[in-house]
Design a protein around this ligand. Structure first.
Ligand code: GTP
Length: 364
């Protein structure tokens, strides 16, 4: 059992506020990008995905963020350090073996001093975390789960609740047609520290499939906080491209300046050079120090730093990781994910949905 300092009634939400971000997954669906770059460090408009999440937490008044890491934690720590550059205290807890979404929380229990946010590291959302805090304060339960409404809830975890918002049951990935609701678990929670007592230590435990249902069965009050915010789980290449498209199309405001001189909407990082005869955009996102040579075309694609797209090459609907070199007149078709440092030979046509792997880093 945890100590009395973690008792719900002792803790006031106006005090020191913490958050745990789950960043330990291997990100297999984003390979080969994630062989070298762990998913939280994958760039969104040239900035690591995690950075935006950290800034949102800071804006909401969070003082300390605990990063529950496991896969390639060095890349995360090297970039963010102790968090002082962002004005946050960052604490890293690295799992030797993956502990799952609840096991990872139990593993950081010694750092938790009161109510805390839990964020799935992959979620891009406009959710107002301060309002969620207010909601939790008003309800006074053991925890609040952010839900969103979707057209097809069958691939997600559905969460049913009564008129007062009190959660009544969870149904993971219901077969189409059997969904109890179109409200799904959106991967942001605000929990009282005593929730950690319900998680067995040292084991791989899922919060969605095990801990929340167990808490409900014991009569614990968990509340649903349903909003109509922008929400996207950026776990697959299609969603990663979609996230950029949505920001460029104005569906989510993240403070990105769209660049002119290319076909709008697009985004061009610092030090990037585009030949006057090249066509960039619409929906092109170019990182820093990219070179787009004469007559090359780059459309609807996400291009990381230091990439070269050679003369007359075509990149359409693809993701190119750092330092990819696309040779003259080569073409890269829709759905392709090209890993770090890959050289695409001149004249080669890479067929749709190909994943090409360059360097592979061993997890550190
Ligand atoms: P895929 O391999 O592509 O499914 O990605 P993933 O490994 O990241 O899994 P998933 O997208 O289901 O994970 C959702 C979130 O939880 C991500 O932010 C992961 O980093 C995180 N996560 C998943 N499993 C673990 C775990 O065992 N430990 C920790 N600390 N985080 C995890």
């Amino acid at each position: 059992m945890t100590g009395p300092a973690r008792n719900h009634s002792d803790v006031c939400l106006g005090g020191f506020l913490q958050a745990v971000i789950l960043v330990g997954g291997e990100g297999t669906r984003l390979r080969p990008l994630t062989y070298v770059t762990p998913k939280p460090m994958v760039p969104l408009f040239g900035v690591p995905f995690l950075e935006r999440t950290l800034l949102r937490l800071k804006e909401a008044g969070v003082d300390e963020v605990i990063l529950a890491a496991g896969y390639l934690p060095g890349a995360i720590r090297d970039h963010f350090g102790d968090g002082s550059a962002l004005g946050l205290k960052l604490t890293y807890v690295v799992e030797e073996t993956p502990l799952g979404t609840a096991g990872a929380l139990r593993n950081v229990a010694e750092h938790i001093t009161g109510p805390f946010f839990v964020l799935n590291g992959d979620v891009l959302t406009s959710l107002d975390l301060r309002q969620m805090i207010e909601f939790h304060r008003a309800k006074g339960g053991l925890g609040v789960l952010h839900l969103i409404r979707v057209d097809d809830p069958s691939p997600f975890g559905c969460v049913a609740h009564d008129a007062d918002g009190r959660i009544t049951h969870f149904v993971e990935k219901p077969p189409p047609g059997t969904e109890p609701t179109n409200e799904i678990n959106a991967g942001t929670y605000l929990l009282e520290a005593s929730v950690l007592d319900a998680i067995e230590p040292g084991k791989n435990v899922s919060i969605e499939r095990e801990t929340f249902p167990k808490l409900l069965a014991s009569g614990a009050p968990l509340y649903a906080y349903t909003t109509d915010d922008y929400w996207l789980d950026v776990g697959r290449p299609e969603q990663y491209v979609q996230a950029h498209r949505d920001v460029l199309a104005g569906k989510l405001e993240i403070g990105v300046t769209k660049t002119s001189g290319v076909i709008a909407p697009s985004f061009v990082g610092e030090g990037t050079m585009i030949a006057p005869s090249a066509v960039v955009g619409p929906y092109a996102v170019l990182g820093a120090r990219v070179r787009i040579e004469d007559n090359a075309i780059v459309r609807n694609s996400i291009v990381w730093d230091d990439v070269v797209v050679g003369t007359g090459a075509l990149v359409e609907g693809a993701i190119l990781a750092s330092r990819v070199h696309v040779g003259e007149r080569a073409s890269i078709a829709t759905g392709c994910v090209i890993g770090h440092d890959v050289e695409v030979e001149p004249g080669v046509s890479v067929p749709p949905d190909t994943r090409l792997n360059g360097t592979q880093a061993a997890p550190t």
